[in-house]
Design a protein around this ligand. Sequence first.
Ligand code: ZN
Length: 227
Amino acid sequence: MKRYYLLIVFCLTFSHLFAKSNCHLATPPNQKIICGKFSAQYWNPLPDSIVERIVGKSWKPDCPIPLEDLAYIKVAHWNYNNEISIGELIYHKNLALEIIEIFQELFEAKFPINKMVLIDDYDANDDLSMESNNSSAFCSRAVTGRPGDFSNHSYGGTIDINPVENPYVRDGVVLPKGSEPYLDRSLKVRGLIHEGDACYQAFVKRGYIWGGHFITLKDYQHFEKIP
Ligand SMILES: [Zn+2]
């Protein structure tokens, strides 16, 4: 009886995650997921090459979570040229399958993402990453404007999407540079997140908080969840 129960729980969990025809189901660890034109893969623990890439940059010994809790993920996404690109991100292992499921929804809705490489390619400098309109997730760093206070990006359940079209604004300071026109949230331009659109829904229905709802500042690129 217990065996049947476990089987049912397993089937419900994974059929919920990838309940599309032609999908290869994901089972941890390090499985490739292919679902029509969408594909993804994740690794936990991190491959040595990724550890070398992030230690001393986005991950440092004072980071609030250990390297063992992080997963390296590759996902297909539509880019601004209407082509399929493969993006990469670092995420908390507990939310790895869920963020892949979110990217699958963005892919199916053709929500475009300009670029998604590890923030370590910018020496973990968030300003430089944002200026090149790079979407990024894990980075152990202080809250913007609050040195010494860890940002939620340090815990692996937080992601910034298309920073140029979805700026951060506080007390008149708009980041990244050049993103001021996109403070007009009624603009209909590629990659801009509108409340209620496919990107917003994919995150919020899974319990994410959107930075566009923050009170003391607005951070339209930002979705966060506690792993
Ligand atoms: Zn953010």
